[in-house]
Design a protein around this ligand. Sequence first.
Ligand SMILES: N[C@@H](CCC(=O)N[C@@H](CS)C(=O)NCC(=O)O)C(=O)O
Length: 227
Amino acid sequence: MAEIKFWFSPGACSLAPHVLLHEIGVAFEAVTTNVFDGAQLTAAFARINPKQRVPVLALDGQVITEVPAIATAIADLAPERHLMGRTPLDRAKIYEWMSWLSGTLHGQGFGALWRPERFSDDPDVFDSIRAKGRTIIADCFDAIEGKLSGPYSTGSAFTAADPYLLVFYRWGNGIGFDLPATHPHYTDFARALVQRASVAAAMIAEGIADQALTDDPATRSTQGSIS
Ligand SMILES: N[C@@H](CCC(=O)N[C@@H](CS)C(=O)NCC(=O)O)C(=O)O
């Protein structure tokens, strides 16, 4: 087995591959790089990932970035776990989920909401960009609600797409969406997922288990993260 090193920020999109590492039960070194804390985005980290983002996975020193690529690499470490599904169609569907979650919901939606400066140099239009981000997020949540109908996003078993969907469920509640009230399929999916041992283990490791999922809107504000 390769030597595995993994950089994450608590509650960030890195939670998804972090769950996958726990799911396959390998030994790995986890490095907390809190992206809320600029001081942790060091020059040393920039040498590892010049994009200055988490997650980062290193396999025997070979650095891999981007959630879909990292998820694929982790799945390939334990092919018997079928984290990329059991059929070519499953695999395509999982890439469909991950590409859309990464590019549209995360990059466009949460990117515009939390990082409007990525879309314009003019601070006067930031509020408008943030509003557009929130609309994109709402549209994505509605699409997710329409696609989910059980405990797994693809096929009849847990796959790499599932913990990625959990990341955005948590963020959505953190930014004031009332998903338990408005999106019952997505909520049932998320509640089932946090019961899974690998998900619980990753959330404990990230120090966010106490923020798991709650019906109390007052505590949901702590669930947001950074894009
Ligand atoms: N497209 C990247 C996005 C990675 C990303 O934006 N990560 C966030 C945390 S969720 C981050 O590191 N943000 C720090 C920053 O933008 O300064 C992926 O899928 O891995």
